[in-house]
Ligand binder design. Structure first.
Ligand code: M6R
Length: 366
């Protein structure tokens, strides 16, 4: 049932190239310049007339929501807010009929997300679901939706659900952008083409497994770990940290790299591993200076870089190379080595990778 892998988590990490493809199959036709999802086509006006989009979710799904915030705002110029469902539901949020709420949930059973949806509906919002489990409570409670096609995710640590959520949300952003004309034709086509070949690049990113294992062996006993990223890769830093803490029980925090100097930099010494997501696209030069700041305080730097990078390589203690892609799609690649790193650290620490202590796969109570 684990298909020859030691754990479901590893199997699910390796399934990502094919499930991303399953998720865009029939919806993305790059050569024809078409992107279509029934749930969006049927409700396009709702999105086009939206004053704003509010994304509600928990945990890893909330991180996918954060990536979506960057992508949707960039592509469509619709303001996006991302909320923890548990906070949203109890703070008397301002919400009305011109709001579109997107609820993201792998299981479709998360109690807080379900409650947030009910509240949004009561206030007249249009609620769209991005779920993985077909027929789940959230998929039934929402007005419309688009499924991720990740297949069953058994490991408690979410992996393929995350990347397929990003895939769906990026397609939604592209579809709206096309209708609104907020992306140039050439950008639109470039994104479609890049998305179509992303599964092959994810496959290539999986080749970082040996490197991740080697780095895991060095840092497996670290008591703390910092993850830094900027722009599209800030949410990936949060997700990398969550993955490490939940399966290896190492305390980890994710931060936007520039926030370092507002506090966390005080933590840096020669014992602190800092994982920096530094692909060539995006705010590369800024991240390089953040790396210099860590280095001058003797922090141990593990950098995720674009293949062929030279600048970061000179500064970092370890580099993990991933293929190049457009900025907006880079989370689909940068996430992969972070998943593998957490996995190997957890295995080396003899942790129960698929069923970490105190955690349930779906949190059906608040
Ligand atoms: O099923 P959902 O996507 O609604 O679940 C949300 C979180 O409970 C979930 O992502 C959780 O944080 C995972 N254990 C993360 O790996």
């Amino acid at each position: 049932e684990k298909g020859g892998y030691d754990h479901f988590m590893l199997k699910e990490i390796y399934e990502q190239p094919s499930v991303i493809k399953d998720t865009y199959r029939g919806r993305l036709l790059a050569n024809k310049g078409i992107i279509q999802m029934a749930g969006i086509e049927d409700n396009l006006e709702r999105f086009l007339n939206a004053d704003r989009i509010i994304i509600v979710a928990c945990g890893t799904s909330w991180h996918a929501g954060l990536v979506a915030e960057y992508v949707i705002e960039e592509f469509t110029r619709i303001p996006v807010e991302v909320e923890y469902a548990s906070e949203f539901r109890y703070r008397n949020p301002i919400i009305g009929p011109k709001d579109v709420v997107i609820a993201i949930s792998q299981s479709g059973e998360t109690a807080d997300t379900l409650a947030a949806i009910k509240l949004a509906k009561e206030n007249g919002a249009f609620v769209f679901g991005v779920c993985n489990v077909v027929g789940s409570s959230i998929s039934r409670e929402t007005h419309a939706g688009a499924y991720t096609h990740a297949g069953p995710e058994i490991g408690v640590a979410s992996t393929k659900a995350f990347t397929t959520q990003i895939t769906v949300l990026t397609m939604i952003a592209l579809r709206i952008a096309k209708a609104k004309g907020t992306l140039s034709n050439s950008d639109f086509h470039r994104y479609l083409q890049e998305l179509e070949i992303i599964p092959e690049k994810v496959q290539e990113a999986l080749l970082t497994n040996d490197k991740a294992k080697e780095i895991a062996a060095v840092f497996k006993d670290a008591p703390n770990c910092l993850y830094l990223g900027r722009g599209y890769n800030f949410p990936v830093a949060l997700e990398g940290a969550l993955k490490l803490k939940e399966i290896s029980y190492i305390h980890a925090e994710g931060y936007p790299a520039a926030e370092m100097k507002h506090g966390p930099i005080a933590l840096i010494d020669e014992h602190m591993p800092v994982i920096v997501i530094a692909p060539k696209q995006g705010h590369y030069d800024k991240v390089v200076s953040n790396i210099q700041e860590i280095k001058s305080r003797s922090g141990k730097i593990i950098a995720v870089v674009t293949k062929g990078d030279v600048q970061v390589r000179e500064l970092a203690d370890y580099v993990i190379e991933i293929p190049d892609t457009v900025d907006a799609l880079s989370p689909l690649l940068t996430t992969i080595p972070l998943q593998l790193l957490s996995y190997h650290i957890a295995v080396m620490r003899d942790c129960n990778v698929d069923q970490p202590r105190n955690l349930a796969k779906s949190v059906t109570v608040e």
